[in-house]
Ligand binder design. Structure first.
Ligand SMILES: [Zn+2]
Ligand SMILES: [Zn+2]
Length: 447
């Protein structure tokens, strides 16, 4: 423990000064491995800085950009330069991570008539090539997002041109079995190494705006497949990391709202509870903000750590009050039991990058250090989430600043905002979530 503490302290100091923990001249613990998580690149090829702010990018949908610069604008999706700066920073921090998980959404937020099946496929392909240019030998495990389809959100429960194209584009990363289910329903599983399996779900099939799969009890047979896959892993003594785009649970910013259809959320939570001893981590994107959840079992015991990674795109819609800075993150895990050890969040202060015309990516926080935790396993996340409940909790204020990727630390979250945030961390099913929201309302517990 002493050695780790020294390593992390040294790494943190080094980052403040030079921004690259890998070069710290200290031995990493041998039983620790690392992987990157990237999400929501949302490239906007139309982005360009010009006098007329309503013409900077299609993704602002005619609204003026806020303060456009070479690395982007909070009203726009990502210029290619921003995406390149993220990958080149990742490479400088750690040229040899073990693998990358990539949870989808390559095309921009633009009206349907600005895109087509071909342009969406091209954007997925371009982003894939960009990643391969930076990390040619590295295994990358992608998941499809609701924007990786045309028209957006309508991912179908059967074979389809975009699933076929994804299987072709990602064939350097995925094995034959994985490509077979990817072609049929947009999901797959693959062994990362003996004892550790990755399951990439197509949760867009359960996404509320998806009209194609509405009223289907098991679109593409993914529930059955997931249960069979987890059962097989259990019997083979494997551990599993689950990745997907649309997250399970309740949204941290909208009261009593699940990202998926509520019935699908209930089903998925039940499967995850039944196989919580097999699943060692769940990783999502889609909300563009940094948040966590802890799955509790039927007795209230914390059994799964769940993370939603912030986006690379700084985009916000005109209706949102705040945005996020671009972010990428690294996870550290125990190579023996695959339990999650830490999360290192990196970010780009977009305003500063534009002013200096230089992208200075930095460490935003190391989770164990920021919150004084020993690891990020379910018990530790549970303890942290309980601290959030205290009125005026410093931990919660820190969590909320991280939520926006340090976009603005003067924005506070109290009362209803805090209720919605805190209840979403601990309660993923309808019954327990409603009880949480009610309890706060009835002042059984104060936030
Ligand atoms: Zn997105
Ligand atoms: Zn999305």
């Amino acid at each position: 423990m002493g050695l780790i503490w020294f390593c992390w302290t040294a790494a943190f100091f080094y980052q403040q000064v030079w921004a690259a923990p890998r070069s710290v001249g200290c031995r990493e613990r041998e039983d620790m491995s690392k992987f990157w998580h990237i999400s929501d690149l949302h490239i906007d090829p139309t982005y360009h800085v010009t006098e007329d702010r309503t013409k900077v990018c299609y993704s602002s949908k005619g609204f003026p950009a806020s303060d456009p610069g070479v690395f982007g604008d909070y009203m726009c999706d990502s210029p290619y330069k921003l995406i390149l700066s993220a990958f080149s920073y990742m490479k400088s921090v750690d040229p040899e991570p073990e693998f990358i998980i990539w949870t989808g959404d390559s095309p921009p937020h633009v009206p349907a008539d600005k895109l087509s099946t071909d342009t969406v496929i091209n954007m997925i392909s371009n982003m894939t090539h960009t990643i391969r240019q930076f990390f040619p030998q590295l295994p990358v495990y992608p998941a499809l997002g609701n924007h990786d389809y045309w028209p957006q959100d309508q991912l179908p429960p059967n074979q389809d041109d975009i699933y076929q194209a994804a299987a072709r584009i990602w064939s350097p990363w995925l094995k034959k079995d994985a490509l077979t289910t990817l072609r049929k329903g947009g999901f797959y599983s693959q062994l990362i190494k003996p004892g550790l399996r990755l399951v990439s779900l197509n949760t867009n099939l359960y996404y509320s705006p998806n009209k194609v799969t509405v009223n289907m009890s098991d679109p593409a047979g993914q529930y059955q497949w997931l249960q069979d896959t987890l059962e097989l892993s259990k019997q083979s003594m494997e551990k599993v990391y689950v990745i997907a785009h649309v997250p399970v649970g309740y949204l941290p910013f909208a009261k009593s709202t699940t990202a998926m259809r509520e019935g699908d959320n209930e089903k998925l939570v039940e499967i995850f509870r039944n196989y919580s001893d097999v699943i060692q981590g769940q990783f999502y994107g889609h909300t563009h903000r940094d948040s966590m959840m802890v799955l509790l079992d039927y007795t209230g015991k914390p059994v799964n750590s769940i993370f939603v990674t912030p986006a690379v795109t700084p985009y916000r819609s005109v209706l949102e009050k705040y945005s996020n800075n671009p972010g990428v993150r690294m996870y550290l895990y125990n190579s023996e039991d695959y339990g999650l050890q830490d999360l290192w969040q990196y970010y780009l202060n977009l305003t500063e990058a534009n002013q200096q015309e230089k992208p200075t990516w930095r460490l935003e926080y190391m989770m164990t250090k920021a919150f004084g935790m020993k690891d990020i396993r379910p018990e530790s996340l549970h303890e942290l989430a309980l601290k959030f409940e205290a009125p005026g909790s410093k931990e919660f204020q820190q969590y909320y600043t991280n939520y926006m990727v340090s976009y603005n630390d003067t924005i506070t979250c109290t009362e209803e905002c805090k209720t919605v945030q805190v209840c979403s961390v601990h309660f993923l099913d309808h019954k327990s979530y409603s009880e949480c929201v009610q309890k706060v309302k009835g002042r059984d517990f104060k936030l």
